[in-house]
Design a protein around this ligand. Structure first.
Ligand code: CA
Length: 231
């Protein structure tokens, strides 16, 4: 999941970037509306966290331009506590949800989870053979047992799972896992894939290498006598 954060308050921005990265999201941060608009016009994100009081171009204008391009990107706006009008204008301009400052980080993370989940259009819990992934809690289980994944491994699993059965290129993985200014080489991707494979192997979950192209999470085999549609 890739998030664009547009916030000019350096302290708030740094805190958000740190906690969201820790939670396994790739985060790109901009400090003014013009940079946010330029990034949104040219790059793919899964969520926008938008402060409405931004220099160079207001948050409302960023939002209007974004919706003018007919995108359904989920948008969470950040507004000052005493400014109800801002909230209303933000929601009218196409924001999906809002938080008033100051807010607690767990609350922000809960909103982010809810919005990114909505964005994928997929159920909260994805079942894939012996693997289950709860997107709301970012919890992965294999044969009913929780498994520990690093933030990078979780990000990797997420994109492979959301595109299961299809090829995902190394460049797509780098793009999905990293914000700007974060360096992850395609060699590092190989290492993450290797680690993830080892953790999933006991459950029969296979990540195939498509030589020179990327990776593909193979559909798990159908177990005879397993779950059937009639029961
Ligand atoms: Ca501001």
């Amino acid at each position: 999941m890739r998030i664009l954060l547009a916030e000019d308050d350096r302290i708030i921005a740094d805190g958000l970037v740190r906690s969201l990265r820790k939670a396994g999201y790739a985060v790109d941060a901009v400090a003014n509306g013009a940079d946010a608009d330029a990034a949104l016009a040219t790059q793919q994100f899964d969520l926008l966290i938008l402060d409405l009081g931004l220099p160079r171009l207001s948050g409302i204008e960023v939002l209007r331009r974004l919706r003018g391009r007919k995108t359904t990107l989920p948008v969470l706006i950040l507004t000052a506590q005493d400014c109800i009008e801002d909230r209303v204008r933000g929601l009218d301009a196409g924001a999906d949800d809002y938080l008033t400052k100051p807010f607690a980080l767990p609350e922000l993370e809960a909103r982010v989870r809810a919005l990114t989940r909505r964005g994928t259009g997929l159920p909260t819990c994805i079942e894939f053979g012996a693997l289950s992934y709860d997107q709301a809690d970012r919890l992965v289980k294999l044969d009913g047992q929780s498994i520990d994944l690093s933030a990078r491994e979780l990000g990797l699993l997420e994109i492979l799972l959301l595109r299961a059965g299809r090829l995902v290129s190394k460049e797509q993985l780098v793009d999905h896992l990293c914000g700007w200014g974060e360096e992850v080489s395609t060699n590092a991707i190989e290492v993450y894939v290797h680690r993830l494979r080892k953790k999933l192997d006991t459950g029969g979950i296979k990540i195939a290498t498509v030589r020179g192209l990327g990776y593909c999470m193979e559909k798990p085999p159908v177990v005879p006598g397993g779950r059937d549609a009639g029961s």
